[in-house]
Design a protein around this ligand. Sequence first.
Ligand code: SF4
Length: 292
Amino acid sequence: MKVSLASALGTCFGVQDAINLAMTPDFGADLTIVGQLVHNPQVNESLKKNGVSLVADIEAIDQIQTKKVMITAHGAAEKTKEKLSDAGFVVYDASCPLVMRVHKTIKSMVQKGYFPVVIGQEDHVEVKGIVGDLKEYLVVNNMSDLGKIELIGAPKLGIVSQTTLQVEKVEHLVRKIRDLDCVDEVSFVNTICQPTRDRQVAVRDLADQVDLMIVVGGYNSSNTKKLVQVCEEKGIEAHHIESFSQLKRDWFYEKKHAGITAGTSTPEYVINEVHEEILKIAKETDQEPVAR
Ligand code: SF4
């Protein structure tokens, strides 16, 4: 069995910069991260081992015991940062610049008179940050949400997207929104970030060559789930795992070519462990059939 890695996979610069900042020795045990720094269990575990505290979100402000707090790569609303500063915390901001670009884009659309619409998951921390400073807005995630646009009755819509969505899904939704009778004008800026796009293109290319794809990343990682979706849409068997220990030999039975990809919050060492384990399985299964 041949084993190939996607040409773009794993940790993006936004996540890596945030991890590097959180691991700065100067912080010692005087840092609390507000929300998951990244959607990856291994990274969060190593942060805890380094003495860094984590709280779920700004609602847990009363539980923060440190002087210093950090905003994650997913970003946060200005009013969240102000609430932390006003409470006396020193705020370190690890928001990814590509997330901040979405904040700026939607605010500028509002200033130009467009009603703000975000394509994304309403309960995702990044989306909460994008809409957190807006007086009114709409979050649309799928076709069944289009009725909400008809209800608000705003003829000029300014649309952005969560950075980690699937490109085709967003473009399809925007086409459907443009077609609505109640909408006169749409200003759309596709804010899916380049690292997410690169990983989607790479997994699609690799999916054309393999008969099995292993997708590595946190179960709560939005962009990792999208990589699984891309494979499934192409009819390729895909398994989403967080660690090499979850690999099952049965998956590789009679497979000729296995691919590996990983979401933007998956560290290199986690991918390497998965790669090495699959190479080991490939060697074994090439020598003897796997018992089913
Ligand atoms: S996935 Fe994109 S937007 Fe999110 S942290 Fe990485 S580079 Fe930034």
